[in-house]
Design a protein around this ligand. Structure first.
Ligand SMILES: Nc1nc2c(ncn2[C@@H]2O[C@H](COP(=O)(O)OP(=O)(O)OP(=O)(O)O)[C@@H](O)[C@H]2O)c(=O)[nH]1
Ligand SMILES: [Mg+2]
Length: 398
């Protein structure tokens, strides 16, 4: 039996992957806003809902749809074809209740590898994600995407470590690749792929607009939102997963992939701060829609919403939260309905409750035509001991 003291010593797992209950609940909510883009029956990549009617993903995910044979010429009509839609279910095999469709015109940024697309039928989209337009220091992020290597399902990678561009890990990965460059070039050449891909290696990872992290998911996760998970602030998207590092790893022959040291493979994304700057330079209106003042949703876990509200769909919950910002008042009305057969005494009962007494022998109560409504104001007298509530009509109550 361990002593009380030993119970407080750390257990043996080296990394702290723990998440508090509040965090799990918040991430659970965010997961609903992450979907998969399907085109021609193929999984394109991960998308997430932003702003009033948009989804965000990696540009190359869209590129694969509109230029499937890599000719360099885009056929944007493929975006709005009935073959292309978004599914927010956990499994892309579950048919969507509403297949969300896309407009052919979209905004994109090649350097960031980010695309912003408008949904044609946005009503009842899941809740929009809270985007962070500031540079904030995070040591790890949570990723939500469809890139689990073992199953085609939306999953959460709760703690993905952020890797610094000057870290020993990256520097030794670069040195190792330099030594083995020719080996990989030959491998790509052998299967008819462009050996020059190897030269790109770890290029571009050190741009200030990039976030480098270590996640478990693979390619289908392109476009996955990277969310804060540190409990200090409400869950916010700080970046978007765009590609693997080095990217040529995915072009290697399957047999060769296991020979690439796992420690030297990383993932790169674009920072949301830089996405904001780009969108803001293109359209202030869209930037405001996505990031703008007041559009940052308060953390719903801290609002203690009534169950009647949280049981409703996301759109309604969002509307309720927005309405709360404008003010609130207590609503103490209750409705009581008196129903019964003809002539059983409903009107008499109601009159008596309101303190109107009359001689039933001599005064006749006319039969009620249809329904009668009465509005009365009452004082609540609560009897704490017996938990009884007494409703006493105000003297001037109407
Ligand atoms: N003896 C007796 N008569 C009652 C009582 N309550 C109501 N009545 C009489 O029953 C008759 C019908 O009462 P109402 O209060 O008008 O009944 P109601 O259910 O409102 O009737 P409708 O409006 O026609 O559906 C009246 O003549 C009342 O005086 C009761 O508790 N005892
Ligand atoms: Mg009546």
């Amino acid at each position: 039996m361990g002593s009380l003291k030993s119970a407080w010593q750390p257990f043996k797992k080296e990394h702290d992957d723990t998440l508090s209950q509040t965090m799990v609940l918040a991430l659970h909510e965010q997961m609903k806003s992450v979907g998969v883009l399907i085109s021609g029956g193929n999984l394109g990549g991960t998308v997430f809902r932003v702003g009033s009617k948009y989804v965000m993903t990696a540009l190359h995910v869209i590129n694969n749809i509109i230029d499937p044979t890599k000719t360099g010429v885009w056929d944007v009509t493929l975006l709005e074809s009935t073959d292309t839609h978004i599914n927010f279910h956990e499994s892309p095999l579950t048919p969507p209740m509403v297949p969300y469709r896309l407009k052919r015109d979209f905004m994109y940024n090649v350097d960031l590898d980010v695309a912003l697309l408008e949904v044609t039928n946005p009503s009842n989209l899941p809740m929009k994600l809270n985007l962070c337009k500031d540079e904030i220091g995070v040591t790890n992020v949570s990723l939500i995407g469809y890139g689990h290597p073992g199953q085609i399902k939306k999953c959460l990678d709760p703690k993905c470590e952020i890797v610094h561009p000057n870290s020993h890990r990256i520097l030794s990965a670069q040195a190792w690749l330099q030594q083995n460059k020719n080996f990989f070039k030959l491998a790509l050449h052998g299967i008819g792929r462009n050996p020059a891909l190897v030269d790109k290696g770890y290029q571009g990872y050190d741009q200030s607009s990039k976030l480098i992290f270590d996640c478990y998911m693979k390619r289908g996760a392109s476009g996955a939102p990277a969310l804060t998970n540190d409990n200090e602030r409400s869950v916010q998207v700080v970046g978007i997963l765009t590609h693997g590092l080095p990217d040529f790893y995915f072009s290697l022959p399957e047999l060769m992939k296991p020979q690439f040291p796992k420690n030297y493979r990383l993932e790169v994304g674009a920072k949301m701060k830089d996405i904001f700057n780009w969108i803001n330079s293109q359209s202030r209106e869209i930037a405001k829609d996505l990031f703008g003042e007041g559009s940052q949703m308060p953390d719903r876990n801290q609002l203690q919403l009534p169950k009647e509200i949280t049981d409703m769909d996301n759109e309604t919950v969002e509307t309720y939260i927005r309405a709360l910002e404008k003010g609130k008042t207590e609503y103490n009305n209750i409705r009581v309905m008196v129903v019964g057969h003809f002539g059983v005494g409903k009107t008499t009962l109601v009159n008596r409750l309101f303190g109107q007494f009359k001689d039933e022998e001599t005064t006749e109560t006319p039969s009620t035509n249809g329904i009668e409504t009465h509005v009365r104001q009452c004082n609540i007298i609560s009897d704490d001991k017996n938990e009884k509530m007494i409703w006493k009509q105000k003297k001037d109550g109407k």
